[in-house]
Design a binder for this molecule. Structure first.
Ligand code: IMP
Ligand code: MG
Length: 181
């Protein structure tokens, strides 16, 4: 039996509401800012980042520079803990305030690496984290999430950008994966 879509853990409507709420929080926390620098973690978070950016710009006339970084750490459904930069950021982040946009925080290795990299190597002034999903029960390294949509159980989830071997990203909701026996 090929892998299948299991129980829906976050619906399309719940995602839309959360994206709206996060957009409002980001604007309210930065009343004087009229430009933002986002660093979106490819591939998974680009679906979330695109919607978040549209919501923010619907709420306020701000400029958003969205830089993408491609990282890899996973081998099928297991985190290896070793993070590799597959595609780096071009923009100079020196002394900039940066918001990382991520799809899900699991072990925390990816975001802990990325936050460190943006602060120490790219010399950003501040780095905040925004993640649509969080799996707190599987955390191996501490990560402060400044903006978060939902906690999800310790199950491999797919949809709204999240993939299993490049499949299921297109689903408008987040669901559990039923793995092949
Ligand atoms: P971490 O380094 O373990 O926190 O993993 C973060 C990355 O692993 C995320 O950016 C996702 O791309 C991927 N990931 C973690 N959990 C899942 C999941 O349940 N479904 C799909 N991808 C996941
Ligand atoms: Mg990701």
């Amino acid at each position: 039996m090929p892998e299948q879509i299991g129980k829906i853990v976050v619906t399309k409507d719940e995602i839309s509401l959360a994206v709206r709420n996060i957009a409002e929080c980001i604007i309210n926390d930065n009343p004087d800012k009229n430009s933002f620098v986002f660093v979106t973690v490819l591939e998974g978070a680009k679906y979330f980042a695109d919607d978040l950016i549209k919501e923010i710009s619907e709420l306020k006339d701000v400029r958003i520079r969205n830089e993408c970084i491609k990282l890899s750490s996973y081998d099928k459904t297991e985190s290896t803990g070793k993070i590799k930069i597959e595609k780096d950021i071009k923009l100079d982040l020196f002394s900039k305030d940066v918001l990382i946009v991520e799809d899900i925080v699991d072990t925390g290795f990816t975001l802990s690496f990325l936050k460190d990299y943006l602060l120490k190597v790219k010399k950003a002034r501040t780095v905040k984290i925004c993640s649509l999903l969080d799996k707190p029960s599987t955390r191996r390294i501490d990560v402060d999430i400044d903006y978060k949509g939902f906690d999800v159980p310790d199950k491999f989830v797919i949809g709204y950008g999240l993939d299993y071997e490049q499949k299921f990203r297109e689903l408008p909701y987040v669901a559990e994966l039923i793995e092949e026996e």
